[in-house]
Design a binder for this molecule. Structure first.
Ligand SMILES: NC(=O)c1ccc[n+]([C@@H]2O[C@H](COP(=O)([O-])OP(=O)(O)OC[C@H]3O[C@@H](n4cnc5c(N)ncnc54)[C@H](OP(=O)(O)O)[C@@H]3O)[C@@H](O)[C@H]2O)c1
Length: 272
């Protein structure tokens, strides 16, 4: 299976599809091999004008066109969309679903046939090609299909395969949701900077750069654990030590662990 010679269709053309499409085409996938389907036309026309890909309002036409069908509608729309595609022969096609919490068995039931399915869970930094995508392949997916799917999501950031479909709920909680945790954390730091007399604009610039820099430092220095990196900025009796001690007194780590568990459990509930 030759990468970039396969036809790819997107069913649903919202934020996530747009991020993947732009990564795909900007990484050299020919636009004439890409089709997007969406009920309303505005987003389609904008994408067509920007990239020259095929567009349609007909999901079935899009799925028939493609070797790879990317399901990018909201999970609650899947029961409408899947029966529209059930008469298509998927023998030479495979599916990538980004719909959160929607199990592969439910996709097969909706399509009324057995199909190779990859579930991919990207996150919003994919919009600027800094995504973190967790991926799971069902047993019917072959190695070439896995490689192609991986190359699609590598166009919008880093990818990680998980062995069990249930682990996608963990991916959702730690990669899908982590940007929101980081935004909450950064906003609290900024608010306190403002309360102490710094302007919001300056605090935003410093805090977002510091958090982004910390993440990149951790990625660049993998020989050091996160704990060592933290200790390197924490002089005994210093300012960081005062903050870390306050965090520990307030049981910060358990607060975070409890929140991540809540996200994992919610993912499991929604997936039922
Ligand atoms: N955003 C994220 O961070 C993220 C991360 C991981 C996974 N996901 C998953 O990605 C999927 C899409 O999310 P999103 O954020 O891109 O949502 P979105 O921006 O709302 O996009 C959904 C798109 O689906 C279209 N649509 C609605 N009904 C349809 C139908 N029957 N057939 C074809 N298209 C239809 C909508 O069109 P109209 O606007 O015309 O109704 C809209 O353009 C979801 O399943 C979500 O779980 C999102």
């Amino acid at each position: 299976m030759e990468n970039k010679s396969l036809k790819v269709s997107f069913i649903g053309c919202g934020n996530m599809a747009k991020a993947v499409i732009s990564g795909l085409i900007e990484s050299g996938w020919p636009a004439e091999l890409v089709m997007a389907s969406n009920p309303s036309s505005e987003k389609l026309v904008a994408l067509h004008e920007q990239y020259g890909l095929h567009i349609t309002n007909n999901n079935r036409e899009a799925a028939e066109f493609a070797d790879i069908v990317v399901l990018a509608v909201k999970p609650q729309k899947m029961p409408d969309v899947l029966p529209q595609l059930s008469h298509i022969n998927f023998a030479d096609k495979f599916i990538i679903s980004v719909a959160a919490g929607y199990m592969s068995t439910k996709i097969e039931t909706g399509l009324d046939q057995s199909v190779p399915i990859i579930r991919a869970m990207p996150n919003t930094p994919a919009l600027i090609k800094l995504g973190a995508t967790g991926m799971f392949a069902t047993s019917k997916v072959n190695t070439e299909q896995k490689q192609v799917a991986q190359s699609i999501f590598e166009a919008i950031g880093e990818t990680v395969w998980v062995e069990k479909e249930s682990q996608i709920d963990i991916v959702t909680a730690i990669a899908g949701s982590s940007p929101a945790y980081a935004f909450l954390f950064m906003q609290a730091i900024i608010d306190q900077a403002v309360a102490n007399g710094l302007s919001e604009e300056k605090a935003f610039k410093l805090v977002t750069q510091a958090i982004s820099g910390a993440a990149q430092l951790a990625q660049a220095q993998t020989d050091k654990s996160l704990e060592i990196l933290r200790k390197e900025v924490t002089s005994p009796g210093g300012t960081t030590a005062a903050a870390i001690s306050s965090f520990k007194n307030d049981d910060f780590e358990n607060i975070v662990k409890k929140a991540v568990s809540a996200a994992v459990n919610r993912g499991r509930e929604l997936g039922k």
